[in-house]
Unconditional design. Structure first.
Length: 216
């Protein structure tokens, strides 16, 4: 036992762990309810039912519906952004490997599930919630595009591809990844992620054949 801990501390620590677990379960339930019912159709009662808890417990954690919805957006955005930043910093700084890894990331069934993508698009698509999206997530999108532009610029410089523009190439690639997400949302669990992965790599190989032939 740590000198800083006493047996009296154990119930308090267990209580905090239980509260954290309930908090996560509420967020997971909220994401699923948003995907099924949209933002306007999401209610405290539906979230409570999905989480298997009392409505009062949801209110205890989030006070009101608006805070619950924003917390769900923050959760999916922060989770994805942390994974994206880690992917950019990986692969020993090789921009081709990073871009290939980003395709895998955007198609990851855990990070890019139907329900989580639905949360992104719910806030972006509903006029009344778009300002919330812009206030809380626009910097995530801007940082992602800046990283892509930097990666494409490095590949262009390394291969002497003077006919290519880094920002235009980055936006085209970002648009392809966005299209994958729209397809996942439209098709659902039947979406062929492996085929999309091949499509993404073929796009990059069309710009940088030597780099992406080397990664095959």
């Amino acid at each position: 036992m740590s000198p800083a801990q006493t047996p009296a501390d154990f119930p308090q620590r267990r209580s905090a762990q239980a509260a954290e677990r309930t908090h996560r379960e509420i967020l997971a339930a909220t994401i699923g309810v948003i995907a099924e019912h949209s933002l306007s159709g999401t209610t405290i009662e539906r979230v409570a039912t999905a989480a298997g808890i009392a409505a009062g417990t949801v209110i205890l954690h989030f006070k009101r519906k608006e805070a619950l919805l924003v917390a769900a957006l923050d959760h999916v955005a922060q989770e994805f952004d942390a994974a994206r930043r880690a992917a950019v910093e990986a692969s020993s700084g090789d921009p081709a490997a990073v871009l290939a890894g980003l395709i895998d990331l955007y198609l990851d069934p855990g990070l890019a599930s139907v329900s989580k993508i639905a949360v992104w698009y719910a806030f972006w698509g509903e006029a009344g919630s778009r300002r919330v999206y812009m206030d809380r997530v626009s910097q995530v999108d801007s940082d992602a595009l800046a990283d892509l532009t930097r990666l494409f610029a490095a590949l262009i410089a390394r291969g002497g591809h003077r006919h290519l523009d880094a920002e235009a190439s980055a936006k085209a690639f970002a648009g392809l990844l966005e299209y994958f997400w729209q397809d996942i949302l439209a098709v659902g669990e039947g979406f062929d992620r492996d085929r999309a992965r091949v499509t993404g790599r073929r796009f990059l190989a069309g710009l940088f054949p030597a780099e992406f032939a080397r990664l095959d």
